[in-house]
Design a protein around this ligand. Sequence first.
Ligand code: HMG
Ligand code: MG
Length: 302
Amino acid sequence: MLKGKLRFVEVGPRDGLQNEARLVPLAAKARFVEALAETGVGEVEAGAFVSPNAVPQMADSEKVFGLIMRKRGVLFSALVPNERGLERALAVKADKVSVFTAASDTFNRRNINASVKDSLTRLAPVVARARAAGLPVRGYVSTAFHCPFEGPISPETAAGVCRDLLALGVDELSVGDTIGRASPRDVRALLSILMKEVPAEKVFMHFHDTYGMAVANALTAWGEFGISGFDSSAGGLGGCPYAPGATGNVATEDLAFAFEAEGGMTGLDLAKVRAAALALEPLLGHRLSSKLCRIPSGRDVA
Ligand code: HMG
Ligand code: MG
């Protein structure tokens, strides 16, 4: 169960920076993406082709893709909400696209102005076109455990949306604890259902860390269900502007440290992840939440 390499998707440049009050200058964003690509990670979510009115922090995603030096063996992916977003992603030659919906209607309406059902209808041609263009497609399911407006979400409901996204043809799922409210018990409840129908290699877990449960949740998904794919954000940046009260994604370096301590292989250079995050910190106007970033410099972080 615990064998094999863990697969990390670094979402800091997208999920992280979309929620920062200060706009990070373009050159610093591009440097951040490039630094993350050097950490040993297989994928960096480098931007989002969403409405610039909805998320101004992502308005320069074309420019980010235009500026970065690509690294062989690393996928540079982008979030897309609709066909227009896909066209923008194709124009900059993103290596992979991620569509997104949620397990709760209220959150989905606030986030993308559509019910879950309507969003799936909207996403069907996006997934089909992306696949026809030869791009791998990820499907995010937000609020898979808790909705900031509706409260707890039943595992059957969340599993149903996962099923619907797979039926559209996505290659993998990212199951999101958008507000970081889940506990290992919630993870068990959902994965007990999901793992009966979906191969573990198609599932990534996307834990935000609002209540400090993300590492415990990830270890549960890995140790008890054989999930090896995880999203994380260098420094613990992140959050969704449409999920009030939610804080950042689990910090890449903290999650990788926990896995390595438990005998897992992440292939990540934790000192490089930490350095990438710390280089950004002065531009954000606040301290990063990551534990490893707070270890005094000069101490061994790995
Ligand atoms: P809408 O208002 O229903 O759509 O928004 P619309 O088609 O009527 O367009 C509204 C405006 O957006 C128009 O501009 C369009 O041109 C423009 P206006 O005429 O008003 O000036 N527009 C676009 N512009 C650029 N690129 C596009 C695009 N599409 C429309 N692709 C829409 C619907 C989905 C577009 C909007 O609500 C939106 O962009 N929402 C994005 C919200 C978002 O990015 N949220 C954060 C990411 S999700 C997340 O963080 C969760 C995740 O991390 C997992 C987890 O933690 O759970 C993934
Ligand atoms: Mg998120």
